[in-house]
Design a protein around this ligand. Sequence first.
Ligand code: CAA
Length: 258
Amino acid sequence: MTYENIRLEHDGAVATLTIDRPKALNALNNKTLQEFEAALKSLGADTRVLIVTGGGEKAFVAGADVAEMSALEVPEAQLFATQGHRAFALLESLSIPTIAAVNGFALGGGCELALACDFIYASEKAQLGLPEVGLGVIPGFGGTQRLTRIVGRARAKELIFTGGRIDAAKAKEIGLVLEVLPAAELLAHCSSVAAKMLKNSPLAIATAKRVIGQGADKDLGEANALERRGFAELFGSDDQREGMKAFLEKRPAVFTGK
Ligand code: CAA
């Protein structure tokens, strides 16, 4: 499939999805969101890690497309928010690890895109923020909710109410970004983390991702019940038998994800 505003590249089991509209700092317009969703749906079982990044030198994604949004009326804005939420919920629901490689501005919908990934690594020149209140709106692609769950209410409110941008070091300090890398090393770092994950059982990773995600909004008792069930179910898998057999035979495991 050919895309206009994104690129989807495969390197073995690692796919890299680049939002690639640098003339508008990779802003998310309707077409880009459609292509993003289509690209996610096209990923096959052979893809085991997804890296999301931005094309060009300056931006990860500088937000939803303000030019396209500016003329929306209430019902259309509802549809646009629904489209963004659907795309990011699809990203979040992937059973494989997803890494945001934030290589520049990650503002508004761009910050929200990074927040929908499992974790974020940023380049030293990255700037993150939710500037929507300065445009007379609020974050509309999940930012009020996902940011709050990651950095806590007060930090989220500070970022959203001020509409300010924070640099990568500050984003790391508040737990939004895991690591800050020199720009030239960002993608290599993501690939090396991907390589570590590829050595492990895909089924176990998918189960860990599922119980972490489903448990996050439950009380501890219910959440721990999800973990117990997930743990036990894996004992019916080839991956569990292979993983433990390989350990006992002192050799690397060969996982099939079954
Ligand atoms: N939408 C549409 N176009 C955008 C854009 C956006 N979010 N961000 C940048 N662009 C365009 C600019 O209009 C400009 O286009 P032209 O060359 O045709 O004028 C081009 O990208 C380059 O941008 P700048 O000249 O502004 O570059 P800069 O280096 O001076 O500034 C910036 C960079 C600080 C990121 C600035 O572009 C900016 O503030 N962008 C908007 C950020 C923003 O407000 N994002 C939130 C959008 S609302 C949202 O996302 C809602 C939601 O939650 C769903």
